[in-house]
Design a binder for this molecule. Structure first.
Ligand code: CA
Length: 519
């Protein structure tokens, strides 16, 4: 009789197969764009979505769950990325602002490291924006800093810089497809973090999209000419007005560092200069009848370029989704689409982000789980970007570390939506960056589904908004005595949340540049 000898490797192979049967370990495709507003995703049913026509991002919504109340913890690029890696608020991971690197000495066992240690093949492509060399990725091909719109420079696997000719969004899509075709190890589940630079300022489109919206007028928000009455100084001091702070570089009369490289693409440069010469003619020839007309012109110029940038983003997401289907990977892959934070589409007269007001506090979030019965469902539970890391670990069947402050959204995805008493009823927010040209004041606050209380602590001013009756946040009712009980209740929640998330009181008096991690 033949004897069979088992090697250790074979036994572990059988053991792995048995574990794999216990719980599915989904592939993860996490797509994050930069500064993409929910208003410009068709699936969110905002009027601007009709112009954006994001048919590919909408595919994720059609097959999955769209989160109507997804928010960020700190509405700015680098801190949002640190929150993805750690599942924590900024005061815990130490990444408060865009300045400085991500501290791996403080932050052990980040999301990609945990995925990698547990058998996932991990990759990050596109915008990283954390300065420090990425850890926990089997493959990385990341932009330097904010990245360039044309002929972008990437750093591959922490090594040499390499420049790729062409348009950033297309190149990021190309690198992702190449990774799937040439790098992916079929014996491992994968976790790809696909981070597009688009649609960050300078909102520079692919030349093939320059003629989009030439003959139409983009609708303006009702509060574009907001005079900030009842809200005063905390809004007045910021410099992100489309009318006043949208520069010659934003209009593309002059070049900025992130689009000047188009000069090295002769054919594209010709199309670009001819197009913008025509589109900017009223500005160059100073033909505006009034300041108001000039402000309306800036709005059209801003929105048309922004929407053109979104078109290339959506096309490239479509290419990646198509590949997953063609390669029979879609049935095993959880797909997440989000942005690092929201963005103003002229609301309150603004572009940019930073404030706890809805348009920049909210962020798009769409999650498609294969086989999930909740297709096309809109969820209204309060979720936050601290929840992304726990959610991804949950779908990877990896234990969620206790130090992560968010919670897995799997329960919401399984049920579509849960009752108020089955989920958190409030969120904490804190913005710290004051050292920028935008001058947005530091603030923190608490929000519930109905109310929002903001503490502009450096200015010693509180603001209260009723999101039900005033969704555009035009009327600060903090000083109205009839809301005294609401304010008392919200201040109680604010104190509870700060205790729950370990927000130290000293943080309010420390200069933003000197803040440390409070782990
Ligand atoms: Ca951003």
């Amino acid at each position: 009789m033949t004897k069979y000898f088992f090697s250790g490797a074979l036994l572990s192979c059988i053991a792995f197969a048995a574990n794999a049967q216990d719980a599915k370990r989904y592939n993860i495709l996490y797509i994050m764009s930069d500064d993409h507003s929910f208003q410009t995703i068709s699936a969110y049913n905002h009027i601007l979505g009709k112009y954006a026509q994001t048919k590919n991002i909408d595919r994720i919504a059609k097959d999955g769950v769209l989160f109507e109340r997804a928010y960020v913890a700190n509405s700015i690029c680098s801190p949002a990325r640190a929150t993805l890696l750690t599942g924590q608020h900024s005061h815990m991971n130490g990444k408060y602002t865009n300045r400085g690197g991500f501290d791996y000495n403080v932050n052990k066992n980040t999301l990609p490291e945990l995925l990698q240690q547990n058998g996932y093949q991990t990759a990050i492509i596109g915008k990283w924006h954390l300065t420090t060399t990425p850890k926990g990725f089997d493959y990385s091909d990341v932009l330097i800093g904010q990245g360039l719109y044309y002929n972008p420079v990437f750093i591959k696997n922490g090594g040499k810089k390499h420049t790729v000719k062409g348009y950033n969004t297309d190149i990021t899509g190309d690198i992702a497809l190449n990774w799937f075709k040439e790098q992916r190890k079929t014996e491992k589940p994968f976790a790809m973090f696909l981070h597009f630079k688009a649609a960050h300022r300078s909102f520079s489109p692919a030349t093939r999209h320059l003629n989009l919206f030439n003959d139409c007028e983009i609708p303006m928000p009702e509060n574009y000419f907001d005079n900030y009455s009842t809200r005063g100084k905390p809004l007045e001091i910021s410099k992100m007005s489309v009318a006043r702070d949208f520069t010659r570089r934003d209009l593309k009369v002059d070049f900025t560092y992130d689009n000047i490289q188009i000069k090295k693409l002769p054919e594209e440069y010709k199309i670009w200069t001819e197009h913008y010469k025509k589109e900017n003619a009223p500005y160059i020839n100073k033909t505006f009848a009034s300041k108001k007309d000039a402000a309306k012109f800036n709005y059209q110029r801003y929105m048309k370029d922004y929407l053109r940038v979104i078109r290339a983003l959506d096309e490239n997401i479509g290419r990646v989704l198509d590949y997953l289907e063609q390669a029979n990977l879609a049935d095993d892959t959880v797909i997440i689409y989000t942005s690092d934070q929201g963005f103003y589409m002229g609301e309150h007269g603004w572009f940019d982000k930073r404030y706890m007001f809805e348009e920049s506090y909210r962020t798009p979030l769409l999650i498609r789980v294969p086989g999930n019965k909740n297709k096309g469902v809109k969820n209204h539970n309060l979720v936050q970007n601290i929840d992304y890391a726990p959610t991804i670990l949950d779908f990877a069947n990896i234990k969620i570390p206790a130090e992560m402050q968010g919670v897995s959204l799997k329960k919401l995805l399984d049920k579509g939506e849960v009752a108020e008493d089955q989920w958190r009823d409030s969120l904490y927010y804190h913005y710290y960056e004051t050292q920028t040209a935008h001058k947005t004041p530091r603030h923190d606050g608490v929000s519930t589904k109905r109310w929002k209380l903001i503490n502009f602590y450096e200015l010693k001013e509180w603001q209260l908004f009723d999101l039900k009756n005033d969704p555009s946040e035009m009327n600060n009712i903090y000083n109205d005595p009839q809301y005294a009980t609401v304010i008392k209740e919200l201040k109680g929640k604010y104190a509870q949340l700060k205790k729950h998330y370990h927000v130290p009181e000293e943080i309010y008096s420390i200069h933003a540049g000197k803040l440390k991690s409070y782990k």
